[in-house]
Design a protein around this ligand. Structure first.
Ligand code: IPM
Ligand code: MN
Length: 355
């Protein structure tokens, strides 16, 4: 049995706590499925700035490139807020995405019965929500030409550029269509085609790509989509959109689902996939052992499913998490009177017991 290579990047803030919990669960689920995993831990983000002076050291990138998959916690924190823009902790994530060709970010947002009550929206509006956000991840305004500062007519200014090419749009929409075929078959492409040229190209290519794939596609402006997500989240199946719109809408969808602490993500493309919770490094609660590990644990399940093609242990982890939440165990972020409050480690142990 050949073992698969997993690079673990704990990062900053609560990153080390949640990745430790997720690694333990990943390892058990994989072993039970007869899959041997081999782990290497590497630095990135603020931790790497402190130790090496750069957010994404060469040895981290090299390890990631030769891995079968990467599991990441979170990067960043107030400690590094004033470092130079080109070595900010976030550059580690952006650099990994670009270098690994991770052009697709999958963010599933599912509202389980146990959690409908946590949504700021009325339970009857959110119950049954099941959305997959497919966010383009290596293009758009995140990676277009930019200028940090220049002076024109005596005024300092800065600018970024939104650029999308036909192949970039076609491949992400193709992935969204493929995902929709295994779901309810409906893709909503989100843009701002009433204003942006890049969005008009996006809409044209999305229409043609979906037609080729034989999938139903609807188009929606991003401002309207932001509104529809709170008015009727249930009406969405797969949402496909560009890098910046996807960043914003996925946070909105996460909070509609009740907690950003629960949601996983998978970044996939040509090489090894990268798996991370969608929450950040939460420096305010770091080191206290109270962070919610579920987003990272579910990211590990996505790692098994997408990178290791191991559906059984992926589903086993998801079922174990559902069972523990249904039994009323909650980390501090989701605790309410009448339920049982547990630490990060206790939550992990409960999931392990279920497995
Ligand atoms: C995310 C994060 C990142 C992004 C940051 C940390 C660069 O917000 O994964 O959504 O904007 O893509
Ligand atoms: Mn984000």
């Amino acid at each position: 049995m050949s073992s698969k290579k997993i690079v673990v990047i704990p990062g900053d803030g609560i990153g080390p706590e949640v990745t430790a919990a997720a690694q333990e669960i990943l390892d058990l689920a994989a072993r039970k499925a007869g899959l041997a995993l081999e782990y290497t831990t590497r630095l990135a983000g603020g931790a790497a700035i402190d130790a090496r002076g750069v957010p994404l050291p060469d040895e981290t990138l090299a390890a990631a490139k030769t891995a079968d998959a990467v599991l990441l916690g979170a990067v960043g924190g107030p400690k590094w807020d004033s470092v130079a823009p080109d070595i900010r902790p976030e550059k580690a994530i952006l650099g990994l995405r670009k270098a690994l060709g991770l052009y697709a970010n999958l963010r599933p947002v599912k509202v389980s019965a146990a959690l409908a009550a946590y949504s700021p929206l009325k339970p009857e509006i959110v119950a049954g929500t099941d959305i997959l956000i497919v966010r383009e991840l290596t293009g758009g305004i995140y990676f277009g030409p930019k200028c940090e500062s220049e002076t024109v007519d005596g005024a300092e200014r800065a600018w970024d550029t939104e650029v999308y090419s036909v192949p970039e749009v076609a491949r992400i929409v193709r992935m969204a269509c493929q995902a929709a075929k295994g779901r309810r078959g409906k893709v909503t492409s989100v843009d701002k085609a009433n204003v942006l040229a890049s969005s008009r190209l996006w809409r044209r290519v999305a229409t043609a790509t979906a037609q080729e794939a034989g999938v139903d596609i609807a188009h929606m402006y991003v401002d309207n989509c932001a509104m529809q997500l709170v008015l009727g989240p249930k009406t969405f199946d797969v949402i496909v959109t560009g890098n910046l719109f996807g960043d914003i809408l996925s946070d909105e969808a996460a909070v509609v689902a009740g907690s950003i602490g629960l949601l996983p993500s998978a970044s996939i493309g040509d090489g090894p996939g990268l798996y991370e919770p969608i929450h950040g490094s939460a420096p305010d609660i770091a080191g206290q052992g109270i962070a919610n590990p579920v987003g990272t644990v579910l990211s590990a399940a996505m790692l098994l499913r997408h990178s290791l093609k191991a559906e059984a242990p992926a589903a086993a982890i998801e079922q174990a998490v559902d069972a523990v939440l249904a039994a009323g165990y909650r980390t501090a972020d989701l605790y309410r009177p009448g339920l049982t409050k547990v630490s990060t480690e206790e939550m992990a142990k409960l999931i392990i017991k279920q497995l």
